[in-house]
Design a protein. Structure first.
Length: 187
Protein backbone atom coordinates (compact mmCIF):
# COMPACT_ATOMS: atom_id res chain seq x y z
CA UNK A 1 0.00 0.00 0.00
CA UNK A 2 1.34 3.43 -0.92
CA UNK A 3 2.17 5.88 1.82
CA UNK A 4 -0.36 8.74 1.92
CA UNK A 5 0.97 12.17 1.02
CA UNK A 6 1.38 14.75 3.82
CA UNK A 7 -1.85 16.61 3.00
CA UNK A 8 -3.80 13.36 3.01
CA UNK A 9 -2.40 12.49 6.43
CA UNK A 10 -3.23 15.96 7.73
CA UNK A 11 -6.76 15.62 6.35
CA UNK A 12 -7.22 12.17 7.88
CA UNK A 13 -5.97 13.41 11.25
CA UNK A 14 -8.21 16.49 11.15
CA UNK A 15 -11.24 14.34 10.19
CA UNK A 16 -10.61 11.97 13.09
CA UNK A 17 -10.62 14.87 15.57
CA UNK A 18 -13.73 16.65 14.28
CA UNK A 19 -17.13 16.13 15.89
CA UNK A 20 -19.39 14.17 13.55
CA UNK A 21 -23.02 14.51 12.56
CA UNK A 22 -25.06 11.70 11.04
CA UNK A 23 -24.50 11.81 7.27
CA UNK A 24 -28.12 11.05 6.43
CA UNK A 25 -29.35 13.83 8.73
CA UNK A 26 -26.87 16.22 7.13
CA UNK A 27 -27.95 15.32 3.58
CA UNK A 28 -31.66 15.51 4.40
CA UNK A 29 -31.30 18.83 6.21
CA UNK A 30 -29.43 20.33 3.26
CA UNK A 31 -32.07 18.91 0.92
CA UNK A 32 -34.80 20.59 2.96
CA UNK A 33 -32.92 23.88 2.73
CA UNK A 34 -32.63 23.65 -1.06
CA UNK A 35 -36.29 22.65 -1.36
CA UNK A 36 -37.35 25.66 0.69
CA UNK A 37 -35.20 27.98 -1.43
CA UNK A 38 -36.84 26.60 -4.57
CA UNK A 39 -40.29 27.25 -3.07
CA UNK A 40 -39.33 30.76 -1.94
CA UNK A 41 -37.61 31.95 -5.12
CA UNK A 42 -38.99 29.68 -7.89
CA UNK A 43 -36.25 30.85 -10.32
CA UNK A 44 -33.50 28.23 -10.13
CA UNK A 45 -30.82 30.76 -11.13
CA UNK A 46 -31.75 32.81 -8.07
CA UNK A 47 -31.58 29.63 -5.96
CA UNK A 48 -28.03 29.04 -7.26
CA UNK A 49 -27.08 32.59 -6.24
CA UNK A 50 -28.66 32.18 -2.80
CA UNK A 51 -26.76 28.92 -2.23
CA UNK A 52 -23.53 30.61 -3.32
CA UNK A 53 -24.16 33.56 -0.98
CA UNK A 54 -24.92 31.25 1.93
CA UNK A 55 -21.77 29.28 1.20
CA UNK A 56 -19.70 32.46 1.04
CA UNK A 57 -20.87 33.45 4.52
CA UNK A 58 -20.12 29.96 5.81
CA UNK A 59 -16.65 29.99 4.23
CA UNK A 60 -15.76 33.34 5.78
CA UNK A 61 -16.36 31.83 9.21
CA UNK A 62 -15.24 28.26 8.54
CA UNK A 63 -11.71 29.25 7.58
CA UNK A 64 -10.97 30.24 11.18
CA UNK A 65 -11.86 26.76 12.41
CA UNK A 66 -9.87 25.21 9.59
CA UNK A 67 -6.75 27.22 10.41
CA UNK A 68 -7.08 26.56 14.13
CA UNK A 69 -7.71 22.80 13.95
CA UNK A 70 -6.21 21.43 10.75
CA UNK A 71 -2.50 21.69 11.38
CA UNK A 72 -2.04 22.86 7.79
CA UNK A 73 0.84 25.24 7.18
CA UNK A 74 1.06 28.34 4.99
CA UNK A 75 0.72 27.71 1.27
CA UNK A 76 3.22 29.16 -1.19
CA UNK A 77 0.89 29.48 -4.18
CA UNK A 78 -2.55 28.69 -5.57
CA UNK A 79 -1.53 25.16 -6.58
CA UNK A 80 -0.54 24.30 -3.03
CA UNK A 81 -3.67 26.00 -1.70
CA UNK A 82 -5.89 23.93 -3.99
CA UNK A 83 -4.21 20.72 -2.80
CA UNK A 84 -4.74 21.68 0.85
CA UNK A 85 -8.38 22.55 0.18
CA UNK A 86 -8.92 19.24 -1.63
CA UNK A 87 -7.02 16.91 0.69
CA UNK A 88 -7.42 18.61 4.06
CA UNK A 89 -10.44 20.95 4.11
CA UNK A 90 -12.89 18.71 2.23
CA UNK A 91 -11.74 15.74 4.32
CA UNK A 92 -11.92 17.69 7.59
CA UNK A 93 -15.44 19.04 7.10
CA UNK A 94 -17.16 16.55 4.79
CA UNK A 95 -15.08 13.41 5.21
CA UNK A 96 -14.39 13.13 1.49
CA UNK A 97 -11.29 13.15 -0.69
CA UNK A 98 -11.31 15.52 -3.63
CA UNK A 99 -8.98 15.34 -6.62
CA UNK A 100 -7.33 18.43 -8.12
CA UNK A 101 -6.83 18.28 -11.89
CA UNK A 102 -6.91 20.17 -15.18
CA UNK A 103 -4.55 22.99 -14.26
CA UNK A 104 -4.09 25.77 -16.77
CA UNK A 105 -0.55 26.68 -17.90
CA UNK A 106 -0.34 29.66 -15.55
CA UNK A 107 -1.33 27.64 -12.47
CA UNK A 108 -4.30 29.92 -11.80
CA UNK A 109 -7.21 27.63 -12.65
CA UNK A 110 -8.01 24.04 -11.74
CA UNK A 111 -10.85 21.62 -11.31
CA UNK A 112 -11.86 20.01 -8.04
CA UNK A 113 -13.33 16.59 -8.77
CA UNK A 114 -15.82 15.31 -6.21
CA UNK A 115 -16.62 11.63 -6.60
CA UNK A 116 -18.67 11.12 -3.42
CA UNK A 117 -20.63 14.25 -2.55
CA UNK A 118 -22.48 13.72 0.74
CA UNK A 119 -24.88 16.57 -0.10
CA UNK A 120 -26.35 14.64 -3.03
CA UNK A 121 -27.44 11.51 -1.16
CA UNK A 122 -31.15 10.76 -1.63
CA UNK A 123 -31.46 13.45 -4.34
CA UNK A 124 -32.86 13.20 -7.82
CA UNK A 125 -33.30 16.40 -9.82
CA UNK A 126 -36.38 16.88 -11.95
CA UNK A 127 -35.61 17.19 -15.68
CA UNK A 128 -36.56 20.88 -15.58
CA UNK A 129 -33.61 21.53 -13.23
CA UNK A 130 -30.97 19.94 -15.49
CA UNK A 131 -28.42 22.47 -16.64
CA UNK A 132 -29.92 25.17 -14.41
CA UNK A 133 -29.81 24.13 -10.74
CA UNK A 134 -26.40 23.40 -9.25
CA UNK A 135 -27.67 21.60 -6.18
CA UNK A 136 -24.39 21.74 -4.20
CA UNK A 137 -23.61 25.34 -5.16
CA UNK A 138 -23.11 26.16 -1.49
CA UNK A 139 -19.66 24.54 -1.86
CA UNK A 140 -18.62 27.14 -4.45
CA UNK A 141 -19.54 29.90 -2.04
CA UNK A 142 -17.64 28.24 0.80
CA UNK A 143 -14.53 28.12 -1.40
CA UNK A 144 -14.88 31.78 -2.36
CA UNK A 145 -15.45 32.95 1.21
CA UNK A 146 -12.71 30.89 2.82
CA UNK A 147 -10.08 31.71 0.21
CA UNK A 148 -10.92 35.41 0.31
CA UNK A 149 -10.13 35.36 4.03
CA UNK A 150 -6.64 34.10 3.19
CA UNK A 151 -6.20 36.85 0.58
CA UNK A 152 -7.16 34.94 -2.58
CA UNK A 153 -10.08 36.15 -4.65
CA UNK A 154 -11.40 33.21 -6.65
CA UNK A 155 -14.31 32.36 -8.88
CA UNK A 156 -15.76 28.91 -8.33
CA UNK A 157 -18.56 27.28 -10.25
CA UNK A 158 -19.89 23.84 -10.95
CA UNK A 159 -19.32 22.64 -14.49
CA UNK A 160 -20.37 19.02 -13.94
CA UNK A 161 -22.72 17.38 -11.47
CA UNK A 162 -23.56 13.72 -10.87
CA UNK A 163 -27.17 14.80 -10.33
CA UNK A 164 -27.24 15.97 -13.95
CA UNK A 165 -25.92 12.69 -15.32
CA UNK A 166 -22.17 13.34 -15.16
CA UNK A 167 -19.80 10.70 -13.77
CA UNK A 168 -18.23 13.17 -11.35
CA UNK A 169 -19.07 16.56 -9.88
CA UNK A 170 -16.55 19.19 -10.93
CA UNK A 171 -15.97 22.65 -9.50
CA UNK A 172 -13.87 24.90 -11.70
CA UNK A 173 -11.86 27.29 -9.56
CA UNK A 174 -10.05 30.30 -11.00
CA UNK A 175 -7.70 32.57 -9.06
CA UNK A 176 -8.70 36.13 -9.99
CA UNK A 177 -6.28 38.01 -7.79
CA UNK A 178 -4.17 37.81 -4.68
CA UNK A 179 -5.36 40.48 -2.31
CA UNK A 180 -2.78 42.70 -0.73
CA UNK A 181 -3.35 43.92 2.77
CA UNK A 182 -2.58 47.61 2.99
CA UNK A 183 -2.38 49.12 6.43
CA UNK A 184 -1.78 52.79 6.87
CA UNK A 185 -0.26 53.94 10.08
CA UNK A 186 -1.85 56.85 11.85
CA UNK A 187 0.91 58.90 13.41
Amino acid sequence: MATPRPNQRIGDTAWSKMPKVNGELFALTYGSLVTQLIKDFEDLKVVNQQLDNMGYNIGVRLVDEFLAKSGATNCADFKETAEVVAKVAFKMFLGINVEVSQWNAEGTACSLLIYDNPLTEFVELPPSAYGVLWYSNVLCGVLRGALEMVQMRVEAQFVKDVLQGDEVSEIRSVLCSVLRLCLRGVF
